[in-house]
Design a protein around this ligand. Structure first.
Ligand code: ADP
Ligand code: MG
Length: 340
């Protein structure tokens, strides 16, 4: 479904790569937690899947397609096959819950009759059947995130990417959001969730991929938030300051535009460790593994087999009708046009 083949991403004017030699494979129906300190590369990994940014080297495959071969004209269709949920919800502030969900259908030209069936269905699925007429500011954070999930899922995407979806929510509310994502996953959608929510990761016991300084240091099938072996010792990442480096503007990046200028300040991670050290320390981890030490941490190569390009899944993204002219192409475009 998603495959990273030796992917390195170095942003313009950054000395250190945001992702370094990442080999990963997420299968259809997987539920994967991406963990790691702020600045470790979680959002970059998601942007690569969306082709919001492109690798410096290596290849990203989605549904069997090498994204490097995806023409820019096909990018909007590609993105419509992927639901996206953010920490800050990104609902259209002047539209009701109903209209926010409806909008995701309208941009792909869904017939009105179908819209009238699907939107109430989604509102019910996320437990907001009686709140469709509310504006985002009339909803709690958890309710807003439910609307955002409904909007991301209404087209039944094969993939749902959730970037710290519970980052702004209290633990009880987060639990409900996790249940919803698990339900979506059970219906066959591959869910990849970046998170700092230790409770959620430990409770769910799903696959955990951990990044340190852009390097995959752990890939466990039924993982917990913290590895058995203290990664902080291996990686030198101890004491990372929790710092939200996410610039809301930085997410609207386009591969054709030089988008690095306004985020340049972010490229100094301030995460308290040097990637070079992380590399050296990852090598130490290899040595430790060779020496037979207890080491659940997987080094950069990852523990999941990398299949040759010819073996990647043949299936395509879900069929979607051509976009309707004169309508905003993506949720993000609309968001731009409808600022808070
Ligand atoms: P995470 O989501 O794990 O916090 P990110 O993927 O956002 O990490 O960031 C990884 C690294 O890449 C950080 O050093 C960050 O500063 C840098 N980075 C992210 N986006 C950009 C950008 N648009 N331009 C330059 N550097 C960036
Ligand atoms: Mg991030």
């Amino acid at each position: 479904m998603i495959r990273f083949d030796d992917v390195t991403k170095t942003y313009a004017r950054s000395a250190e790569p945001a992702l370094s030699h990442v080999d990963l494979e997420f299968d259809r129906g997987d539920f994967v937690f991406l963990v790691g300190a702020s600045g470790s590369g979680k959002s970059t990994l998601m942007r690569l899947v969306l082709k919001e940014t492109v690798p410096s080297s290596g290849s990203v495959y989605v549904a069997g397609r090498d994204l490097a071969r995806l023409p820019s004209s096909k990018i909007p269709v590609h993105r419509r096959g992927i639901g996206m949920v953010f920490q800050d919800f990104r609902l259209l502030p002047s539209k009701t819950a109903y209209q926010n969900i409806e909008f995701a259908l309208a941009v792909i030209g869904t017939p009105r009759k179908q819209v009238r069936r699907l939107v109430p269905e989604m509102l019910e699925m996320v437990g907001l059947e009686d709140k469709g007429k509310r504006l985002p500011h009339e909803l709690s954070g958890g309710e807003q995130q439910r609307v955002a999930i409904a909007r991301a899922y209404v087209n039944r995407p094969a993939i749902l990417l959730a970037d710290e979806p519970t980052g702004n929510l209290d633990p009880a509310t987060s639990e409900g959001i996790l249940e919803l994502l698990a339900e979506i996953n059970e219906q066959g959608t591959t869910v990849v969730m970046a998170t700092h929510d230790q409770g959620a990761v430990d409770r769910m016991s799903r696959r955990v991929v951990e990044l340190v300084g852009g390097v995959v240091v752990r890939d466990e099938e039924h993982g917990t938030y913290q590895s058995d072996v203290p990664v902080s010792v291996i990686s030198g990442a101890a004491g990372d300051a929790e710092r939200d480096i996410d610039d809301p503007d930085a997410d609207d990046v386009d591969p054709d535009v030089d988008h690095d200028a306004d985020t340049e300040a972010d490229s100094d991670t301030g995460t308290g460790f040097e990637t070079a050290d992380a590399d050296a320390d990852a090598a130490d981890a290899d040595d430790a593994a060779e020496a037979g030490e207890r080491i659940a941490v997987v080094s950069r190569a990852g523990s999941f087999a990398v299949t040759p390009a010819a073996d990647v899944l043949e299936e395509d993204l879900p069929e979607v009708p051509d976009p309707v002219e004169d309508r905003a192409d993506t949720i993000d475009d609309a968001f731009e046009e409808d600022p808070r």
